[in-house]
Design a protein. Structure first.
Length: 127
């Protein structure tokens, strides 16, 4: 019979290896996208709204939104303990979600190009 090590007996990961993320409501989940279903949607009733959204995306009003002043350029090594751990976890999750969204939207843009051109362009401009 094989016995497994209980959580209380398991050692901390070696230096440089991050502890696995604790399962929470915000833990990312895997999903699939039905590209064919999106391509077959009848969006004619929302044509004007889609064109308005597309015009805003083309204008890119957030282009100069993020300010990178002296305060932004400071060193953040003074954050320590639990605050640092929470901050790094937040940054990692944010980067992971942004990248995941980027990949999904790029794939939607590519797969919808000839079947839903308005949606395709909107997804290509979103990131």
């Amino acid at each position: 019979m094989v016995s497994s090590i209980s959580k209380s007996e398991s050692a901390d990961p070696p230096s440089g290896i991050k502890t696995p993320v604790q399962e929470t409501l915000l833990t990312p989940r895997f999903y699939t996208t039905n590209f064919d279903a999106v391509a077959q949607m009848d969006l004619s009733g929302q044509q004007a709204e889609l064109e308005a959204v597309l015009a805003e995306l083309r204008a890119d009003y957030n282009r100069h939104h993020f300010v990178r002043n002296q305060e932004f350029e400071q060193c953040w090594d003074n954050i320590d303990g639990e605050t640092r751990k929470a901050f790094i976890d937040f940054l990692e999750r944010s980067c992971t979600s942004e990248f995941s969204g980027f990949l999904l939207f790029k794939e939607l843009s590519r797969k919808l190009k000839n079947r839903q051109p308005l949606l395709s362009e909107a997804f290509s401009l979103y990131f």
